[in-house]
Design a protein around this ligand. Sequence first.
Ligand SMILES: *[C@@H]1O[C@H](CO)[C@@H](O)[C@H](O)[C@H]1NC(C)=O
Ligand SMILES: *[C@@H]1O[C@H](CO)[C@@H](O)[C@H](O)[C@H]1NC(C)=O
Ligand SMILES: *[C@@H]1O[C@H](CO)[C@@H](O)[C@H](O)[C@H]1NC(C)=O
Ligand SMILES: *[C@@H]1O[C@H](CO)[C@@H](O)[C@H](O)[C@H]1NC(C)=O
Ligand SMILES: *[C@@H]1O[C@H](CO)[C@@H](O)[C@H](O)[C@H]1NC(C)=O
Ligand SMILES: *[C@@H]1O[C@H](CO)[C@@H](O)[C@H](O)[C@H]1NC(C)=O
Ligand SMILES: *[C@@H]1O[C@H](CO)[C@@H](O)[C@H](O)[C@H]1NC(C)=O
Ligand SMILES: *[C@@H]1O[C@H](CO)[C@@H](O)[C@H](O)[C@H]1NC(C)=O
Ligand SMILES: *[C@@H]1O[C@H](CO)[C@@H](O)[C@H](O)[C@H]1NC(C)=O
Ligand SMILES: *[C@@H]1O[C@H](CO)[C@@H](O)[C@H](O)[C@H]1NC(C)=O
Length: 387
Amino acid sequence: MLIPYINIFFLLLRTTRSIDTISMHQNISDGETIVSGNAEFELGFFSPGSSKYRYMGIWLKNTSLQTVLWVANRETPLLDTLGSVKLDNQGNLTLVGGSGKVIWSSNTSASGTNINLVAQLLDTGNLVITNSNITNIDIFIWQSFDYPGDTYLPGMKVGKNFITGRETYMTSWRSADDPSHMYITCTYDINTTTLRAIVTPSGKFEIWHLKFSNPEWMPVATIPEDFCDNYGVCDPYGSCTSATSPNCECLKGFERKNSDNDTSVCQRRIAFDCGPREGFLKFSSMKLPDTENAVFSSNMSLSDCEVACKNNCSCTAYANPNITSGGVGCLQWYGGLIDVRVFPQNGQDLYVRLAALALSAVLTLSGLILAFYIRRKWKKTSNAENS
Ligand SMILES: *[C@@H]1O[C@H](CO)[C@@H](O)[C@H](O)[C@H]1NC(C)=O
Ligand SMILES: *[C@@H]1O[C@H](CO)[C@@H](O)[C@H](O)[C@H]1NC(C)=O
Ligand SMILES: *[C@@H]1O[C@H](CO)[C@@H](O)[C@H](O)[C@H]1NC(C)=O
Ligand SMILES: *[C@@H]1O[C@H](CO)[C@@H](O)[C@H](O)[C@H]1NC(C)=O
Ligand SMILES: *[C@@H]1O[C@H](CO)[C@@H](O)[C@H](O)[C@H]1NC(C)=O
Ligand SMILES: *[C@@H]1O[C@H](CO)[C@@H](O)[C@H](O)[C@H]1NC(C)=O
Ligand SMILES: *[C@@H]1O[C@H](CO)[C@@H](O)[C@H](O)[C@H]1NC(C)=O
Ligand SMILES: *[C@@H]1O[C@H](CO)[C@@H](O)[C@H](O)[C@H]1NC(C)=O
Ligand SMILES: *[C@@H]1O[C@H](CO)[C@@H](O)[C@H](O)[C@H]1NC(C)=O
Ligand SMILES: *[C@@H]1O[C@H](CO)[C@@H](O)[C@H](O)[C@H]1NC(C)=O
Protein backbone atom coordinates (compact mmCIF):
# COMPACT_ATOMS: atom_id res chain seq x y z
CA MET A 1 0.00 0.00 0.00
CA LEU A 2 2.63 2.43 -1.03
CA ILE A 3 0.42 5.00 -2.75
CA PRO A 4 -1.98 5.85 0.14
CA TYR A 5 1.00 6.09 2.45
CA ILE A 6 2.64 8.67 0.18
CA ASN A 7 -0.58 10.66 -0.03
CA ILE A 8 -0.94 10.86 3.73
CA PHE A 9 2.69 11.76 4.15
CA PHE A 10 2.22 14.50 1.57
CA LEU A 11 -0.81 15.89 3.38
CA LEU A 12 1.02 15.98 6.69
CA LEU A 13 3.90 17.87 5.17
CA ARG A 14 1.65 20.43 3.59
CA THR A 15 -0.14 22.45 6.23
CA THR A 16 -2.28 24.51 3.92
CA ARG A 17 -3.55 27.77 5.32
CA SER A 18 -7.05 28.57 4.21
CA ILE A 19 -6.19 32.23 3.87
CA ASP A 20 -5.26 34.28 0.85
CA THR A 21 -3.04 36.89 2.49
CA ILE A 22 0.41 37.35 3.96
CA SER A 23 0.22 40.13 6.52
CA MET A 24 3.03 42.31 7.79
CA HIS A 25 5.82 40.40 9.51
CA GLN A 26 4.06 37.09 8.95
CA ASN A 27 6.17 34.62 7.05
CA ILE A 28 5.33 31.73 4.76
CA SER A 29 7.95 29.03 4.79
CA ASP A 30 8.54 26.15 2.41
CA GLY A 31 5.67 23.68 2.81
CA GLU A 32 3.13 26.35 3.70
CA THR A 33 0.90 27.92 1.08
CA ILE A 34 -1.77 30.56 0.71
CA VAL A 35 -4.82 29.96 -1.48
CA SER A 36 -6.94 32.45 -3.38
CA GLY A 37 -10.48 32.98 -2.10
CA ASN A 38 -12.00 30.97 -4.96
CA ALA A 39 -9.59 28.08 -4.26
CA GLU A 40 -8.28 28.19 -7.81
CA PHE A 41 -4.76 29.49 -7.21
CA GLU A 42 -2.13 28.61 -4.66
CA LEU A 43 1.12 30.32 -3.72
CA GLY A 44 4.03 28.54 -2.13
CA PHE A 45 7.25 26.71 -2.88
CA PHE A 46 7.69 24.04 -5.53
CA SER A 47 10.25 22.16 -7.59
CA PRO A 48 9.56 22.12 -11.33
CA GLY A 49 9.68 18.84 -13.24
CA SER A 50 12.60 16.73 -12.14
CA SER A 51 14.51 19.66 -10.63
CA LYS A 52 15.55 19.61 -6.98
CA TYR A 53 15.71 23.39 -6.74
CA ARG A 54 12.97 25.26 -4.92
CA TYR A 55 11.09 28.20 -6.36
CA MET A 56 8.39 30.43 -4.96
CA GLY A 57 5.47 30.63 -7.32
CA ILE A 58 1.78 30.56 -8.04
CA TRP A 59 0.13 27.49 -9.52
CA LEU A 60 -3.31 26.19 -10.27
CA LYS A 61 -4.66 24.40 -7.24
CA ASN A 62 -6.84 21.73 -8.75
CA THR A 63 -4.93 20.15 -11.60
CA SER A 64 -3.32 16.75 -11.56
CA LEU A 65 -0.42 18.08 -13.59
CA GLN A 66 1.59 20.79 -11.89
CA THR A 67 0.57 24.00 -13.65
CA VAL A 68 2.82 26.81 -12.51
CA LEU A 69 1.67 30.21 -13.69
CA TRP A 70 4.17 32.61 -12.13
CA VAL A 71 7.57 32.30 -10.47
CA ALA A 72 9.24 34.94 -8.29
CA ASN A 73 12.86 33.75 -8.24
CA ARG A 74 13.12 32.47 -11.80
CA GLU A 75 16.83 33.15 -12.09
CA THR A 76 17.82 32.44 -8.48
CA PRO A 77 16.62 29.05 -7.25
CA LEU A 78 16.75 28.07 -3.60
CA LEU A 79 19.00 25.09 -3.06
CA ASP A 80 17.10 23.76 -0.03
CA THR A 81 13.69 23.94 1.65
CA LEU A 82 14.66 26.63 4.15
CA GLY A 83 13.27 29.56 2.16
CA SER A 84 10.56 31.84 3.48
CA VAL A 85 8.60 34.85 2.27
CA LYS A 86 7.62 37.82 4.38
CA LEU A 87 6.21 41.29 4.02
CA ASP A 88 7.93 44.10 5.89
CA ASN A 89 6.24 47.21 7.26
CA GLN A 90 7.27 49.17 4.16
CA GLY A 91 5.34 46.87 1.81
CA ASN A 92 8.44 45.10 0.57
CA LEU A 93 7.77 41.41 -0.06
CA THR A 94 11.00 39.47 0.32
CA LEU A 95 12.04 35.89 -0.25
CA VAL A 96 14.98 34.89 1.93
CA GLY A 97 16.99 31.69 2.02
CA GLY A 98 17.92 29.73 5.14
CA SER A 99 21.02 31.82 5.77
CA GLY A 100 18.97 35.01 5.59
CA LYS A 101 20.27 35.79 2.10
CA VAL A 102 17.78 37.80 0.03
CA ILE A 103 16.82 35.68 -2.99
CA TRP A 104 14.15 37.96 -4.45
CA SER A 105 12.22 41.04 -3.40
CA SER A 106 9.36 43.05 -4.82
CA ASN A 107 11.48 46.11 -3.98
CA THR A 108 8.46 48.22 -3.19
CA SER A 109 7.78 50.72 -0.47
CA ALA A 110 4.50 52.25 0.61
CA SER A 111 4.18 55.80 1.74
CA GLY A 112 1.75 57.33 4.21
CA THR A 113 0.76 56.71 7.80
CA ASN A 114 -1.59 54.17 9.37
CA ILE A 115 -0.74 51.74 6.71
CA ASN A 116 -2.12 48.25 7.01
CA LEU A 117 -0.29 46.36 4.33
CA VAL A 118 -0.99 42.88 3.06
CA ALA A 119 0.11 40.68 0.20
CA GLN A 120 -2.95 38.99 -1.21
CA LEU A 121 -3.49 36.27 -3.80
CA LEU A 122 -6.55 37.45 -5.68
CA ASP A 123 -9.14 35.23 -7.37
CA THR A 124 -7.59 36.17 -10.72
CA GLY A 125 -4.23 34.61 -9.81
CA ASN A 126 -2.72 38.05 -9.31
CA LEU A 127 -0.48 38.42 -6.26
CA VAL A 128 -0.79 42.01 -5.09
CA ILE A 129 0.65 44.13 -2.32
CA THR A 130 -1.98 46.54 -1.15
CA ASN A 131 -2.93 48.80 1.67
CA SER A 132 -6.07 47.15 2.96
CA ASN A 133 -7.20 50.50 4.37
CA ILE A 134 -7.62 51.82 0.87
CA THR A 135 -11.12 50.95 -0.24
CA ASN A 136 -10.29 51.21 -3.92
CA ILE A 137 -8.95 47.69 -4.35
CA ASP A 138 -7.44 48.52 -7.71
CA ILE A 139 -4.65 50.57 -6.15
CA PHE A 140 -1.82 48.12 -5.84
CA ILE A 141 1.62 48.94 -4.53
CA TRP A 142 2.86 46.01 -6.58
CA GLN A 143 1.28 43.19 -8.60
CA SER A 144 2.65 40.02 -10.13
CA PHE A 145 0.54 40.72 -13.24
CA ASP A 146 3.06 43.44 -14.06
CA TYR A 147 5.73 40.74 -14.28
CA PRO A 148 4.23 38.02 -16.46
CA GLY A 149 6.02 34.71 -16.71
CA ASP A 150 5.32 32.31 -19.53
CA THR A 151 1.59 32.32 -18.90
CA TYR A 152 -0.99 34.88 -19.80
CA LEU A 153 -3.91 35.24 -17.43
CA PRO A 154 -6.95 37.37 -18.16
CA GLY A 155 -6.37 40.86 -16.79
CA MET A 156 -2.65 40.98 -17.51
CA LYS A 157 -1.42 43.82 -19.62
CA VAL A 158 1.22 42.54 -21.97
CA GLY A 159 3.07 44.77 -24.40
CA LYS A 160 4.35 48.30 -24.34
CA ASN A 161 2.58 50.82 -22.19
CA PHE A 162 3.11 53.99 -24.16
CA ILE A 163 2.09 56.13 -21.20
CA THR A 164 4.64 54.80 -18.71
CA GLY A 165 7.05 53.48 -21.33
CA ARG A 166 7.24 50.14 -19.51
CA GLU A 167 7.33 47.01 -21.59
CA THR A 168 6.04 43.71 -20.30
CA TYR A 169 6.68 40.52 -22.13
CA MET A 170 5.92 36.91 -21.56
CA THR A 171 9.12 34.93 -21.46
CA SER A 172 9.27 31.19 -21.75
CA TRP A 173 10.93 28.86 -19.30
CA ARG A 174 14.28 27.49 -20.37
CA SER A 175 12.82 23.99 -20.05
CA ALA A 176 10.10 22.19 -18.11
CA ASP A 177 12.62 21.80 -15.26
CA ASP A 178 14.05 25.29 -15.38
CA PRO A 179 11.93 28.44 -15.19
CA SER A 180 14.78 30.83 -15.93
CA HIS A 181 14.11 33.29 -18.72
CA MET A 182 14.63 32.34 -22.34
CA TYR A 183 13.88 35.74 -23.80
CA ILE A 184 11.47 34.38 -26.29
CA THR A 185 8.96 37.13 -26.09
CA CYS A 186 5.42 37.39 -27.10
CA THR A 187 2.53 39.75 -26.77
CA TYR A 188 -1.05 38.69 -27.09
CA ASP A 189 -4.40 39.38 -25.58
CA ILE A 190 -7.17 36.96 -24.71
CA ASN A 191 -10.08 37.53 -22.45
CA THR A 192 -11.52 34.37 -21.04
CA THR A 193 -10.98 32.47 -17.84
CA THR A 194 -10.75 28.90 -19.07
CA LEU A 195 -7.97 29.61 -21.52
CA ARG A 196 -4.32 29.71 -20.66
CA ALA A 197 -1.71 31.07 -22.99
CA ILE A 198 1.91 30.10 -22.63
CA VAL A 199 5.14 30.71 -24.48
CA THR A 200 6.93 27.41 -24.92
CA PRO A 201 10.71 26.97 -24.78
CA SER A 202 10.67 26.41 -28.55
CA GLY A 203 9.19 29.86 -29.06
CA LYS A 204 5.66 28.82 -29.86
CA PHE A 205 2.73 30.53 -28.32
CA GLU A 206 0.18 27.97 -27.22
CA ILE A 207 -3.36 28.35 -26.05
CA TRP A 208 -4.59 25.69 -23.65
CA HIS A 209 -8.11 24.99 -22.59
CA LEU A 210 -9.07 23.73 -19.14
CA LYS A 211 -11.36 20.73 -19.24
CA PHE A 212 -13.33 20.83 -16.05
CA SER A 213 -14.72 17.29 -15.94
CA ASN A 214 -11.24 15.99 -15.23
CA PRO A 215 -9.33 19.22 -14.73
CA GLU A 216 -6.49 19.11 -17.14
CA TRP A 217 -5.07 21.50 -19.66
CA MET A 218 -5.47 20.57 -23.31
CA PRO A 219 -3.81 22.50 -26.11
CA VAL A 220 -6.33 24.08 -28.48
CA ALA A 221 -4.12 26.21 -30.66
CA THR A 222 -0.49 26.75 -31.36
CA ILE A 223 1.00 29.88 -32.80
CA PRO A 224 2.93 30.18 -35.08
CA GLU A 225 0.48 28.27 -37.12
CA ASP A 226 1.86 30.01 -40.15
CA PHE A 227 5.25 31.21 -41.23
CA CYS A 228 4.43 34.90 -40.79
CA ASP A 229 3.73 34.48 -37.08
CA ASN A 230 7.45 34.07 -36.49
CA TYR A 231 9.19 37.27 -35.51
CA GLY A 232 10.95 39.23 -38.25
CA VAL A 233 10.93 36.46 -40.85
CA CYS A 234 11.21 38.92 -43.70
CA ASP A 235 14.01 41.43 -44.10
CA PRO A 236 13.61 45.02 -42.99
CA TYR A 237 11.15 46.74 -45.37
CA GLY A 238 9.80 43.33 -46.31
CA SER A 239 6.24 42.35 -45.62
CA CYS A 240 4.97 38.90 -44.79
CA THR A 241 1.69 37.61 -46.24
CA SER A 242 0.40 34.17 -45.26
CA ALA A 243 -1.75 33.86 -48.36
CA THR A 244 1.03 34.11 -50.92
CA SER A 245 4.04 32.05 -51.77
CA PRO A 246 6.73 33.15 -51.23
CA ASN A 247 5.48 34.80 -48.04
CA CYS A 248 7.97 37.67 -48.10
CA GLU A 249 7.72 40.55 -50.49
CA CYS A 250 9.29 43.95 -50.28
CA LEU A 251 6.92 46.78 -49.44
CA LYS A 252 5.77 48.79 -52.46
CA GLY A 253 8.47 51.26 -53.40
CA PHE A 254 11.19 48.83 -52.27
CA GLU A 255 12.93 46.06 -54.17
CA ARG A 256 15.48 43.35 -53.57
CA LYS A 257 18.99 44.55 -54.21
CA ASN A 258 22.30 42.99 -53.40
CA SER A 259 23.92 44.70 -50.46
CA ASP A 260 27.67 45.07 -49.88
CA ASN A 261 27.93 41.72 -48.14
CA ASP A 262 26.34 39.65 -50.93
CA THR A 263 22.96 39.29 -49.27
CA SER A 264 19.87 40.47 -51.00
CA VAL A 265 17.73 42.86 -48.96
CA CYS A 266 14.74 45.10 -49.54
CA GLN A 267 15.96 48.56 -50.41
CA ARG A 268 14.33 51.69 -51.72
CA ARG A 269 13.85 51.64 -55.49
CA ILE A 270 14.57 55.37 -55.44
CA ALA A 271 16.58 56.75 -52.55
CA PHE A 272 14.95 59.66 -50.81
CA ASP A 273 16.69 62.97 -50.49
CA CYS A 274 14.46 64.59 -47.91
CA GLY A 275 13.10 66.98 -50.55
CA PRO A 276 9.84 68.86 -50.11
CA ARG A 277 7.85 66.65 -52.50
CA GLU A 278 8.53 63.47 -50.64
CA GLY A 279 5.58 61.81 -49.09
CA PHE A 280 4.15 58.74 -47.53
CA LEU A 281 2.48 55.73 -49.02
CA LYS A 282 -0.38 54.28 -47.02
CA PHE A 283 -0.35 50.54 -46.36
CA SER A 284 -3.64 49.32 -44.96
CA SER A 285 -4.36 46.18 -42.95
CA MET A 286 -0.83 45.90 -41.64
CA LYS A 287 0.65 44.65 -38.42
CA LEU A 288 2.76 47.63 -37.37
CA PRO A 289 6.55 47.13 -37.38
CA ASP A 290 8.49 46.32 -34.23
CA THR A 291 8.37 49.45 -32.09
CA GLU A 292 11.94 49.06 -30.91
CA ASN A 293 12.95 51.80 -33.36
CA ALA A 294 9.83 53.84 -32.74
CA VAL A 295 9.03 56.94 -30.74
CA PHE A 296 5.56 57.53 -29.37
CA SER A 297 3.98 60.93 -28.79
CA SER A 298 0.57 61.25 -27.27
CA ASN A 299 -1.79 64.08 -28.16
CA MET A 300 -0.89 64.17 -31.85
CA SER A 301 -3.42 63.79 -34.61
CA LEU A 302 -2.66 61.82 -37.76
CA SER A 303 -1.86 65.01 -39.69
CA ASP A 304 0.41 66.34 -36.90
CA CYS A 305 2.11 62.98 -37.01
CA GLU A 306 2.70 63.22 -40.75
CA VAL A 307 4.17 66.71 -40.41
CA ALA A 308 6.45 65.64 -37.57
CA CYS A 309 7.70 62.62 -39.49
CA LYS A 310 8.18 64.57 -42.70
CA ASN A 311 10.18 67.25 -40.89
CA ASN A 312 12.74 64.76 -39.65
CA CYS A 313 14.75 63.13 -42.43
CA SER A 314 15.49 60.09 -40.28
CA CYS A 315 11.82 59.27 -39.88
CA THR A 316 10.96 56.32 -42.12
CA ALA A 317 7.31 55.76 -41.25
CA TYR A 318 4.50 56.78 -38.99
CA ALA A 319 1.20 55.44 -37.75
CA ASN A 320 -1.61 56.36 -35.49
CA PRO A 321 -1.79 53.23 -33.36
CA ASN A 322 -5.23 52.10 -32.48
CA ILE A 323 -4.47 51.56 -28.83
CA THR A 324 -5.01 54.99 -27.37
CA SER A 325 -8.41 56.36 -26.53
CA GLY A 326 -9.90 58.42 -29.33
CA GLY A 327 -7.19 57.23 -31.71
CA VAL A 328 -4.92 60.11 -30.71
CA GLY A 329 -1.22 59.41 -30.69
CA CYS A 330 1.67 59.21 -33.06
CA LEU A 331 4.22 56.46 -33.58
CA GLN A 332 7.24 57.42 -35.65
CA TRP A 333 9.87 54.95 -36.78
CA TYR A 334 13.54 55.87 -37.06
CA GLY A 335 15.33 53.11 -38.91
CA GLY A 336 14.38 49.86 -40.61
CA LEU A 337 10.84 48.58 -40.52
CA ILE A 338 11.05 45.10 -39.03
CA ASP A 339 8.37 42.43 -38.68
CA VAL A 340 5.78 43.96 -40.95
CA ARG A 341 3.03 41.68 -42.10
CA VAL A 342 -0.33 41.85 -43.73
CA PHE A 343 -3.17 41.32 -41.27
CA PRO A 344 -6.40 41.20 -43.28
CA GLN A 345 -8.64 41.24 -40.18
CA ASN A 346 -7.18 43.49 -37.48
CA GLY A 347 -4.55 45.39 -39.39
CA GLN A 348 -3.79 49.06 -39.02
CA ASP A 349 -2.67 51.79 -41.37
CA LEU A 350 1.06 52.34 -41.79
CA TYR A 351 2.48 55.32 -43.70
CA VAL A 352 5.92 54.68 -45.18
CA ARG A 353 8.17 57.46 -46.45
CA LEU A 354 8.99 57.32 -50.14
CA ALA A 355 10.88 59.61 -52.52
CA ALA A 356 8.65 61.85 -54.65
CA LEU A 357 9.40 59.88 -57.82
CA ALA A 358 8.92 56.51 -56.17
CA LEU A 359 5.62 57.69 -54.80
CA SER A 360 4.25 58.74 -58.18
CA ALA A 361 5.57 55.55 -59.78
CA VAL A 362 3.86 53.40 -57.20
CA LEU A 363 0.63 55.31 -57.41
CA THR A 364 0.38 55.03 -61.18
CA LEU A 365 1.58 51.45 -61.58
CA SER A 366 -1.03 48.85 -61.09
CA GLY A 367 -0.42 47.06 -57.81
CA LEU A 368 -0.73 43.73 -59.60
CA ILE A 369 2.06 44.43 -62.05
CA LEU A 370 4.29 45.62 -59.26
CA ALA A 371 3.56 42.57 -57.14
CA PHE A 372 4.33 40.37 -60.12
CA TYR A 373 7.56 42.23 -60.73
CA ILE A 374 8.66 41.98 -57.12
CA ARG A 375 7.79 38.32 -56.99
CA ARG A 376 9.74 37.63 -60.14
CA LYS A 377 12.63 39.55 -58.69
CA TRP A 378 12.38 37.64 -55.44
CA LYS A 379 12.22 34.28 -57.22
CA LYS A 380 15.28 35.18 -59.25
CA THR A 381 17.34 36.13 -56.24
CA SER A 382 16.25 33.13 -54.23
CA ASN A 383 17.08 30.85 -57.17
CA ALA A 384 20.45 32.51 -57.37
CA GLU A 385 20.99 31.91 -53.66
CA ASN A 386 20.02 28.28 -53.97
CA SER A 387 22.40 27.55 -56.82
C1 LIG B 1 9.07 33.13 10.61
O1 LIG B 1 8.16 33.16 11.67
C2 LIG B 1 8.53 32.34 12.78
C3 LIG B 1 7.44 32.42 13.82
O2 LIG B 1 6.35 33.13 13.41
C4 LIG B 1 9.85 32.81 13.35
O3 LIG B 1 10.27 31.97 14.38
C5 LIG B 1 10.91 32.79 12.25
O4 LIG B 1 12.11 33.34 12.73
C6 LIG B 1 10.44 33.62 11.07
N1 LIG B 1 11.39 33.50 9.99
C7 LIG B 1 11.87 34.55 9.36
C8 LIG B 1 12.85 34.26 8.25
O5 LIG B 1 11.52 35.69 9.62
C1 LIG C 1 -10.97 21.78 -6.18
O1 LIG C 1 -11.08 20.49 -5.63
C2 LIG C 1 -11.88 20.45 -4.46
C3 LIG C 1 -11.84 19.05 -3.90
O2 LIG C 1 -11.63 18.10 -4.90
C4 LIG C 1 -13.30 20.89 -4.82
O3 LIG C 1 -14.10 20.89 -3.66
C5 LIG C 1 -13.25 22.28 -5.39
O4 LIG C 1 -14.52 22.69 -5.82
C6 LIG C 1 -12.32 22.34 -6.58
N1 LIG C 1 -12.20 23.71 -7.01
C7 LIG C 1 -12.22 24.09 -8.29
C8 LIG C 1 -12.05 25.54 -8.54
O5 LIG C 1 -12.35 23.30 -9.19
C1 LIG D 1 13.34 45.56 -0.32
O1 LIG D 1 14.04 44.54 0.36
C2 LIG D 1 15.28 44.19 -0.25
C3 LIG D 1 15.86 43.05 0.55
O2 LIG D 1 15.91 43.37 1.91
C4 LIG D 1 16.20 45.40 -0.27
O3 LIG D 1 17.40 45.06 -0.96
C5 LIG D 1 15.53 46.53 -1.01
O4 LIG D 1 16.30 47.69 -0.96
C6 LIG D 1 14.18 46.82 -0.38
N1 LIG D 1 13.53 47.82 -1.19
C7 LIG D 1 12.87 48.85 -0.68
C8 LIG D 1 12.27 49.79 -1.66
O5 LIG D 1 12.74 49.00 0.53
C1 LIG E 1 15.09 48.89 -5.77
O1 LIG E 1 14.49 50.12 -6.17
C2 LIG E 1 15.39 51.19 -6.17
C3 LIG E 1 14.62 52.47 -6.44
O2 LIG E 1 13.56 52.23 -7.32
C4 LIG E 1 16.45 50.94 -7.23
O3 LIG E 1 17.39 51.99 -7.24
C5 LIG E 1 17.16 49.62 -6.89
O4 LIG E 1 18.09 49.29 -7.90
C6 LIG E 1 16.17 48.49 -6.77
N1 LIG E 1 16.84 47.31 -6.30
C7 LIG E 1 16.60 46.10 -6.81
C8 LIG E 1 17.32 44.97 -6.16
O5 LIG E 1 15.84 45.94 -7.75
C1 LIG F 1 -5.99 51.36 8.87
O1 LIG F 1 -6.25 50.09 9.45
C2 LIG F 1 -5.75 49.97 10.77
C3 LIG F 1 -5.98 48.54 11.22
O2 LIG F 1 -7.17 48.03 10.72
C4 LIG F 1 -6.47 51.00 11.67
O3 LIG F 1 -5.93 50.92 12.97
C5 LIG F 1 -6.21 52.38 11.12
O4 LIG F 1 -6.93 53.36 11.86
C6 LIG F 1 -6.65 52.47 9.65
N1 LIG F 1 -6.27 53.75 9.09
C7 LIG F 1 -7.06 54.47 8.32
C8 LIG F 1 -6.51 55.75 7.80
O5 LIG F 1 -8.20 54.09 8.04
C1 LIG G 1 -12.42 41.72 -21.00
O1 LIG G 1 -13.00 41.32 -19.78
C2 LIG G 1 -13.37 42.40 -18.94
C3 LIG G 1 -13.86 41.85 -17.63
O2 LIG G 1 -14.39 40.57 -17.76
C4 LIG G 1 -14.44 43.26 -19.65
O3 LIG G 1 -14.80 44.36 -18.84
C5 LIG G 1 -13.87 43.76 -20.96
O4 LIG G 1 -14.86 44.47 -21.67
C6 LIG G 1 -13.38 42.61 -21.81
N1 LIG G 1 -12.69 43.14 -22.98
C7 LIG G 1 -12.91 42.70 -24.22
C8 LIG G 1 -12.09 43.33 -25.28
O5 LIG G 1 -13.69 41.79 -24.44
C1 LIG H 1 24.58 42.20 -44.50
O1 LIG H 1 24.23 43.56 -44.40
C2 LIG H 1 22.96 43.81 -43.86
C3 LIG H 1 22.70 45.31 -43.90
O2 LIG H 1 23.43 45.92 -44.86
C4 LIG H 1 22.93 43.28 -42.44
O3 LIG H 1 21.63 43.50 -41.87
C5 LIG H 1 23.24 41.81 -42.44
O4 LIG H 1 23.31 41.34 -41.10
C6 LIG H 1 24.57 41.55 -43.13
N1 LIG H 1 24.78 40.12 -43.21
C7 LIG H 1 25.93 39.54 -42.89
C8 LIG H 1 25.98 38.07 -43.03
O5 LIG H 1 26.88 40.19 -42.47
C1 LIG I 1 -3.37 66.30 -24.15
O1 LIG I 1 -4.42 67.20 -24.50
C2 LIG I 1 -5.32 67.44 -23.44
C3 LIG I 1 -6.45 68.28 -23.97
O2 LIG I 1 -6.07 69.01 -25.12
C4 LIG I 1 -4.56 68.12 -22.29
O3 LIG I 1 -5.43 68.34 -21.22
C5 LIG I 1 -3.42 67.21 -21.85
O4 LIG I 1 -2.64 67.85 -20.85
C6 LIG I 1 -2.52 66.86 -23.03
N1 LIG I 1 -1.53 65.89 -22.60
C7 LIG I 1 -0.24 65.96 -22.96
C8 LIG I 1 0.63 64.85 -22.46
O5 LIG I 1 0.20 66.86 -23.66
C1 LIG J 1 15.03 63.37 -35.67
O1 LIG J 1 14.55 62.44 -34.72
C2 LIG J 1 15.58 61.79 -34.00
C3 LIG J 1 14.95 60.73 -33.14
O2 LIG J 1 13.88 61.23 -32.40
C4 LIG J 1 16.32 62.83 -33.20
O3 LIG J 1 17.40 62.19 -32.49
C5 LIG J 1 16.89 63.89 -34.11
O4 LIG J 1 17.48 64.92 -33.36
C6 LIG J 1 15.78 64.48 -34.96
N1 LIG J 1 16.34 65.40 -35.95
C7 LIG J 1 15.83 66.59 -36.18
C8 LIG J 1 16.52 67.39 -37.23
O5 LIG J 1 14.85 67.00 -35.58
C1 LIG K 1 -9.73 51.01 -34.00
O1 LIG K 1 -10.13 49.66 -34.07
C2 LIG K 1 -11.54 49.48 -34.03
C3 LIG K 1 -11.82 48.00 -33.99
O2 LIG K 1 -10.79 47.27 -34.57
C4 LIG K 1 -12.16 50.17 -35.24
O3 LIG K 1 -13.56 50.04 -35.16
C5 LIG K 1 -11.79 51.66 -35.22
O4 LIG K 1 -12.27 52.29 -36.36
C6 LIG K 1 -10.28 51.81 -35.16
N1 LIG K 1 -9.94 53.21 -35.01
C7 LIG K 1 -8.94 53.79 -35.68
C8 LIG K 1 -8.71 55.23 -35.39
O5 LIG K 1 -8.26 53.18 -36.49
